[in-house]
Ligand binder design. Structure first.
Ligand code: TMP
Length: 253
């Protein structure tokens, strides 16, 4: 079989040409990076877990009417996705203070925020993905005002969905990042959720113990990252049934 054409290789994923026009194959690597790739590692099985988890979240979003790039998972490490024009912004939604917000504003990690806070970072590794305002985004033409309104609406729907499914398995969704892409349908453009949604791009804390179940385990050397991601996958029931100790979703009183 002819080898597929590699179109892009990022820190955690590779994009290959897809089988049909307008499609791509997204491959999940085991590589982990943090602090703009200053810290690097290879975590056995991370790509497999993120492929399954991202599929699970994107499929669920699709089922409630939030459009995403996912067409279908192909195998352990790959999924077929729609090709989009990525808006060069990381959209961060925060429910609880942590990470760069805590550092920047001196708010203790774990402080519940009065409402979800949305931030935009300009996607540029050389600049370290700086925080930007809506004024910057409009002035520099990264997105139009209508796009921004649509991005905020999408991000809040993703937040409600993700908070709910995490809460049901005893996990607090602290914050997360999504990327959004444009697709063209005739003369009309539509914004859809792209990239991935996984413990690489979320902060997830166990509700009872506060245990971190996300990439902070790697960033802050808190233990075994694959164990943490496996725990998330197990609780959500997305691991194959031969894995023992599956905690089913349950209501939290
Ligand atoms: P931060 O506190 O470092 O700004 O991150 C906020 C959330 O966004 C956290 O869940 C991690 C995620 N994130 C990424 O996935 N990639 C990024 O490049 C950044 C800046 C944040």
């Amino acid at each position: 079989m002819a080898r597929r054409k590699k179109l892009y290789e990022g820190k955690a994923k590779i994009l290959y040409e897809g089988p049909e026009p307008g499609t791509l194959v997204q491959y999940f690597k085991d590589d982990a990076t943090a602090y703009n790739a200053e810290k690097k590692g290879v975590i056995d099985g991370k790509g497999v877990l993120n492929n399954r988890l991202s599929e699970y979240f994107m499929k669920g979003l699709g089922q409630i009417g939030v459009p995403t790039h996912l067409i279908k998972r192909l195998n352990m490490r790959e999924q077929l996705i729609r090709s989009v024009e990525i808006i060069p912004l990381e959209v961060v939604v925060r429910n609880t203070a942590a990470g760069s917000l805590s550092k920047r504003l001196g708010i203790a990690e774990g402080t519940a925020l009065p409402r979800p806070i949305i931030e935009f970072c300009y996607k540029d590794d050389a600049l370290g993905d700086p925080l930007v305002s809506e004024e910057h985004i409009i002035a520099f033409g990264w997105a139009a005002q209508q796009d921004l309104d649509d991005m905020v609406a999408l991000a809040l729907r993703v937040n409600d969905f993700m908070s709910g499914i995490m809460m049901a398995v005893g996990i607090r969704l602290i914050d997360f990042k999504i990327e959004i892409g444009r697709v063209w349908e005739g003369d009309f453009q539509r914004l859809i959720v792209a990239d991935e949604i996984s413990p690489d791009s979320c902060r997830l804390w166990d509700i009872e113990t506060g245990r971190k179940l996300d990439k902070d385990v790697f960033r802050r050397d808190l233990g075994d990252l694959a164990d943490a991601y496996t725990e998330v996958a197990r609780r959500l029931g997305v691991l194959p049934s031969n894995v023992t100790h599956t905690v089913k979703p349950h209501l939290i009183n």
